[in-house]
Write a protein of this length. Sequence first.
Length: 284
Amino acid sequence: MKTVHTIAETRQQVRDWRQAGLTIGFVPTMGNLHAGHISLIDEARRHADKVVASIFVNPTQFGPSEDFDSYPRTLEADSEKLAAAGCDLLFAPSVDEMYPEKNRTWVDVDDLGDYLCGASRPGHFRGVSTVVSKLFNIVLPDIACFGEKDFQQLAIIRRMVQDLFFPVRIIAVATAREANGLAMSSRNGYLSTAQKQQAGAIHATLQALKARIEAGERDYPALVQAGTDQLTQAGFVVDYLSINHAGTLAPATSPDSHLLIAVAAKLGTTRLIDNVSLSIARDR
């Protein structure tokens, strides 16, 4: 695996591959990699001749009270994992490389960022869509892989690609989980061993709500309250637990047939997110 730190080097390598008739897969990350990230690399390899990964802790998607400075930087270990997974090129730029001057151009996807994490993290998804658009313009991939754990991010990137005519196909990859159901996340490293076991309650709560909807329950506010109470009793501080339309991310109504049950909750100081989706027959 080749590692580069500049936009020019990345473009040159991609240009060489293009001239050889090869297709490019891309996996953007913020590093501190785990098995979930590697599943994205594996999926990209199934769809493209060459795979590029990026590691960049993007400052514009962190709020003023969030963990940008303390976010784990583990480039050496990450490089070893990517090389072992068959990644061909690692692009690991500095902040100055990605934002050489004060940023005056932003990509902001309306509506989809108004709900869920977007409601409690203003500006977060503007930072995400802006940096992903920069990365797409640098790497020029044929396909890019994103995890379903960050469902709202996935929906926003898909819409951005559609609206701005990026010639890249977005591939969704199922959430990788620990044995107890906890969604794999770089932030899980902040949890103690006991907290990791405790955090399995998040997925269990989502699955219980999904089962109740599939069994015919349609009082979504009551279901949300039940799930919130369950997590609170288990020691979480719930930011939101919500049942939404999977396409628009707006709060669901009973006729909706494609649903997303999503949650963000703190365990100690660590904010965890997860979701499950389901399809149901339209109520008559």
